[in-house]
Ligand binder design. Structure first.
Ligand SMILES: Cc1cc2nc3c(=O)[nH]c(=O)nc-3n(C[C@H](O)[C@H](O)[C@H](O)COP(=O)(O)O)c2cc1C
Length: 182
């Protein structure tokens, strides 16, 4: 079955490791017949949630005029969400985290999402995989809370320069994860 995949990227560095992992994932997913919609959170203006609890009450998902209101329909159309992200301070970069925080709107506004599956593609500078544990655990708890099935976590450590991922198995693995979406 062809699925709508929303691929949220978190790095401001254009053409860097995150973007390359996202490209490879997209190649695999499109080959498997899926549609991938890419959303570069770092190019957007999504502010943090202020817990006003007025979501969807003023005609838009968020009552404040920011780019979450263009992202919200993409969340609503998605069957699968992919978070492609660099590791920033052992967690998500703030631009991507804001796009995650505002998922709260769908709870407060009582607009259940049809998303059933998710994946995490992560790159970081540190060589030790344990340094990614905070990010991976956050992702797993978000998935558990929202009832999404985890379809794969790819952690590619030891990446500093924007092309470093090319020297690893990461791109092949990301492409395989995309192709494995059934
Ligand atoms: C603000 C900032 C914070 C970072 N924090 C971490 C970190 O906590 N752990 C780590 O291993 N790498 C950290 N890095 C390095 C990036 O995660 C790494 O270089 C990554 O591959 C960048 O991905 P990109 O090429 O897609 O931008 C940080 C980089 C920046 C700019």
């Amino acid at each position: 079955m062809s699925k709508n995949i929303l691929l949220l990227t978190g790095s401001p560095r254009k053409g860097g490791n995150t973007d390359k992992l996202a490209d490879a994932f997209t190649t695999g997913a499109e080959r498997a017949g899926h549609t991938v919609v890419r959303y570069r959170t770092a190019d957007k203006n999504i502010k943090g949630c202020v817990d006003c609890k007025t979501c969807f009450s003023k005609g838009t998902a968020c009552s404040f005029a920011d780019d979450f209101n263009e992202l919200a329909p993409l969340y609503q159309q998605a069957d699968v969400v992919v978070f492609a992200t660099p590791l920033y301070w052992f967690s998500f970069p703030v631009q991507l985290k804001a796009a995650i925080d505002k998922l709260y709107a769908f709870l407060i506004g009582d607009r259940p999402l049809k998303i059933k599956e998710c994946l995490l593609l992560a790159s970081g500078g540190d060589k030790e995989e344990r340094k990614f544990e905070g990010l991976v655990k956050s992702y797993q708890l978000i998935a558990e809370f929202l009832g999404w099935q985890d379809r794969g976590v790819l952690v590619v450590p030891g990446l500093h320069d924007k092309d470093d991922v090319v020297k690893t198995e990461g791109l092949r693995q990301a492409e395989a994860l995309g192709q494995a979406i059934a």
